[in-house]
Design a protein around this ligand. Structure first.
Ligand code: NAG
Ligand code: NAG
Ligand code: NAG
Length: 409
């Protein structure tokens, strides 16, 4: 069940309740109507990846212009540049990577949601003196959520980079490290402090009024990589995250209908089933990331990709597919059958591939494409990862709300 931002529909409270009531089957109990939520539609969105956690692979030119060329993650770049110079370089990036016109363009494409990946270090007092993270991002987070709420976009706030890093060798954590250090009391506690603080900010800062979902940790370690770590996190961090968010809301006196949706990676991700130790699941939501590129079951040709997309994955209930792309296996992406540079005849297939995915993900809560924007992947702006460029190239249709109806599935 998903409640939606009223602002997204541009309705007043009174007219909205009438509108909801009239679209519900009569047997169903009308959902609580609130300032923050409205049950209505599917999530259709894009990630603002590489804004607060820059990933070199999808922003190579940007990374180089920041002075980070030659190193792989934010940690190493801050270390390389020195704190002051790094703060200045990152500020320049935050100022320009996503502008108000990006938000307008997102809305103009029929999208209703953005997911914002952030690192715990945006709350600067959580950072230890021997850690290397850029400072000054919060002001720009406030700015971008303010634009989003003014535009009526629903926002998923995603703790994407956890203290100590929650997965091995991933630049998206902010610090790529072979042995991730998230799984300790001290680092769980830092993440919990972040979540409490973010909960309060969402409920008390007007710029955050359309932030409806808080994701407690993005893509943590999988059980097959280290079951000890994954099980410990599931047992000790997952329920604590729930309690700390809800307790903070209780302290703030938030009405039940205005409680945040709390989002966990679903069991499909491979870190265990998040519900195992939760005693309350009111407004619980799941995240799933579906990348056919990395799934050998998608085969080696256009037909097999569509076939796999249509038949091999069904989202669980209450899942939002928070990341997916149009990319195909690295060995295939530049072949005549799949290449996009110099092969305009392949574009229509990518539209099918997109519509097929969308139609499947809309069987549950909806979808959020990875990524809105990129800047030089594999020697060019590869729109298989970049929504903005894909729309401009004519591969993704201009109205996201109608895409599912184009599905070849
Ligand atoms: C899993 O993590 C634990 C605790 O950090 C560590 O002792 C163990 O060596 C790791 N196991 C593997 C297979 O990496
Ligand atoms: C595509 O691949 C599948 C196996 O994944 C195969 O059965 C089929 O014949 C192939 N189709 C074409 C047109 O090559
Ligand atoms: C289509 O997918 C099914 C599994 O759902 C598989 O058995 C079949 O071989 C696939 N066909 C092609 C052409 O890839």
């Amino acid at each position: 069940m998903l409640y939606y931002s009223l602002a997204a529909l541009g309705l007043t409270l009174a007219t909205a309740s009438t509108a909801i009531a009239s679209t519900l089957p009569i047997t169903e109990v009308a959902p609580p109507v609130s300032r923050r939520w409205l049950r209505d539609d599917k999530v259709r969105g894009v990630n603002l990846g590489s804004l607060f956690i820059v990933e070199e692979w999808l922003a190579k030119d940007e990374w180089a212009s920041m002075g980070c060329k030659g190193v792989y993650d934010e940690w190493s770049c801050v270390k390389k540049l020195g704190q002051e110079a790094a703060d200045a370089a990152f500020e320049k990036h935050w100022k320009s990577w996503v502008s108000k016109s990006d938000i307008d363009e997102i809305v103009s494409y029929g999208l209703n949601t953005i997911r914002i990946p952030v690192g715990f270090w945006i709350k600067e007092d959580l950072v230890y003196s021997d850690e290397y993270y850029p400072r000054g991002g919060l002001k720009y987070l406030d700015r971008v959520v303010g634009w989003a709420s003014d535009a009526g976009l629903y926002v998923i706030m995603d703790l994407h980079g956890g203290p100590g890093s929650q997965a091995p060798n991933e630049e998206f954590t902010g610090r790529s490290t072979a042995v991730p250090g998230f799984f300790t009391d001290a680092n769980y506690e830092r993440a919990l402090k972040f979540l409490e603080w973010m909960t309060e900010r969402i409920h008390t800062n007007n710029a955050y009024r359309t932030v409806g979902m808080l994701e407690i940790i993005n893509e943590p370690i999988k059980r097959r990589v280290n079951a000890t770590n994954a099980d410990d996190m599931q047992k000790r961090f997952y329920p604590a995250a729930w309690d700390r968010i809800r307790n903070r809301e209780k302290k703030l006196g938030i009405a039940k209908k205005d409680l945040l949706h709390i989002q966990y990676m679903g069991s499909n991700w491979g870190s265990g089933h998040p519900e195992k130790y939760l005693t309350d699941t009111t407004f619980l939501y799941f995240d799933d990331h579906v990348y056919w590129k990395f799934d050998t079951r998608s085969g080696k040709n256009k037909t097999s990709y569509i076939n796999a997309t249509c038949s091999l994955y069904r989202p669980e209930a209450d899942v939002i597919v928070g990341e997916f792309s149009l990319s195909v296996a690295s060995a295939l992406q530049n072949t005549p059958e799949f290449a996009i540079q110099g092969h305009p005849e392949n574009k229509a297939w990518y539209t099918d591939y997109f519509a097929a995915q969308v139609s499947i993900y809309e069987r549950s809560g909806g979808w959020v494409f990875w990524n809105w924007k990129c800047n030089w992947i594999n020697q060019f702006n590869d729109w298989r990862w970049c929504y903005q460029t894909a729309v401009r190239a004519g591969a993704i249709p201009k109205d996201a709300s109608k895409v599912a109806s184009l599905s070849p599935c």
